[in-house]
Design a protein around this ligand. Structure first.
Ligand code: SF4
Length: 426
């Protein structure tokens, strides 16, 4: 059955520019059907530099088949010109689904697929290529393939039968229309280009806080939309730049938990951009301790990190250049608008917990932007900050562990999320 793709945003462009980053950085898991297709393609060892096309990885209970990798970590099918050998010899459709789908993310909503984006792809973070709506035909095909590949249950609309994420843990989910209405409502402050991005994100935090207090479960969708509009309309009067500047600095708990989150979001252990992980576990332990202390040089958890002192990340920035504002604005409009921040594509997190983590991720990106812009252009620093951190957004399981979720709750309960958004948005 033809799959429904929900309206695609026009703010984001993309096309593959064959940089090969994804083929060097990720381990691609293949389904039994895709593994058989590759075996049937009868690759010889001569064609693959003496290597097998596939290998089994994982522990006793988590065995999976992946595309084999060369000693430098790149995919066994990546040729010297940065092209895929499967694509070149057997055509685009013969590639495993994850390779075709990247950097798009299909988010099942029960009434169609919402589409998110992975900014670990440099073309996505720089918004290079055709507007997203021009990828509609491919996205429909990917959604059909994904349903079959993952044996997903379907509903009466023939699309993936997914339940909505709850607002908070343990509560029943709202209807999809309401979830979209709330997510869309949260983007209202982001669209106000009259004020700097830092203040817009501070207002997103406050709008979320106000909405959390409302009894949304009993409201109709149209009432939720009206409520978001009314609350957002009053924000400019009640949440000002001076409120933000007078917000207290994050306290030591906030700073330690924030830096611990930053360390997780910077860490690169695989591929050509891996950082201190290259030097072994002891070096990683030393780096983790440096992040707890927050003094001296920032350990190179990722190869793109320049030499920098922790103090640099705490300095206020002059107004962000327009181009940089647009980069971050696009990123957060995409994350909120696509619902990538909660549910099945985000550690099965409830709606509000996903918003909390997204606001914390914003703080990490702004901290990282400060570090990077000292060594490169501001635009490049913004794009790299997105790429580095987004690599983990919804994909690094550590971010969804019990321990981390407890950390976000502590940060929320002690008002540190508000302080962090204010501090790094200034
Ligand atoms: S990282 Fe993006 S641009 Fe580079 S090869 Fe992969 S999909 Fe193409």
């Amino acid at each position: 059955m033809m799959q429904t793709i929900l309206p695609l945003p026009t703010i984001q462009n993309w096309d593959c520019h064959t940089c090969g980053t994804c083929c060097k950085e990720y381990l691609v898991t293949v389904s039994p059907g895709e593994a058989k297709r590759i075996v049937d393609q009868a690759w010889t060892k001569e064609e693959l530099g003496g290597l097998e096309p596939l290998r089994i990885t994982g522990g006793w209970f988590s065995k999976k088949t992946v595309l084999n990798h060369k000693s430098d970590g790149s995919c066994v099918f990546l040729d010297d010109g940065g092209r895929c050998k499967i694509h070149a010899k057997h055509g685009y459709d013969s590639k495993p689904l994850p390779c075709k789908l990247f950097p798009f993310i299909l988010i099942p909503t029960g009434r169609g697929w919402s589409v998110g984006m992975r900014y670990a792809c440099p073309s996505a973070s720089a918004s290079l290529g055709r507007p997203m709506p021009e990828h509609l035909v491919d996205l429909r095909k990917f959604a059909e393939e994904l349903l079959v590949r993952e044996a997903m249950p379907t509903n009466e609309l023939g699309t993936c039968a997914k339940v909505t994420p709850p607002l908070v843990e343990g509560n029943p989910g709202l209807e999809w229309e309401k979830v979209f209405a709330m997510a869309k409502g949260l983007t209202i402050p982001l669209l106000d280009r009259e004020v700097p991005l830092g203040l817009r994100m501070f207002r997103v935090f406050h709008l979320a806080s106000d909405l959390r207090k409302a009894k949304l479960t009993n409201l109709e969708t149209i009432k939720i939309e009206e409520l978001c509009t009314i609350l957002a309309k009053h924000l400019p009067a009640s949440v000002t730049a001076s409120n933000r500047d007078q917000t207290a600095k994050p306290n030591w708990i906030g700073r330690v938990l924030f830096r611990q989150l930053a360390a997780i979001c910077l860490r690169k252990d695989h591929g050509p951009n891996r950082g201190v992980a290259d030097q072994g576990r002891l070096a990683l332990l030393g780096a983790a301790w440096a992040f707890v202390q927050g003094k001296g040089s920032v350990p190179k958890m990722h190869k793109w990190l320049p030499e920098a002192d922790f103090r640099l990340g705490e300095e206020a920035v002059e107004a962000l250049p327009m181009e940089v504002e647009r980069i971050f604005e696009r990123y957060y409009l995409m994350k909120l608008g696509s619902l990538q921040f909660c549910g099945p594509t985000f550690f099965n997190m409830p709606f509000w917990e996903g918003i909390d983590l997204t606001l914390l991720i914003y703080s990490v990106q702004m901290w990282l932007y400060r570090i990077l812009k000292n060594a490169m252009s501001e635009t490049e620093a913004a794009q790299k900050a997105l790429s580095i951190v987004d690599d983990h957004y919804g994909f690094n399981r550590v971010l969804g562990t019990f321990r981390q979720r407890l950390a976000y709750q502590i940060l929320g309960a002690t008002n540190q999320i508000e302080r962090l958004v204010a501090w790094y948005g200034r």
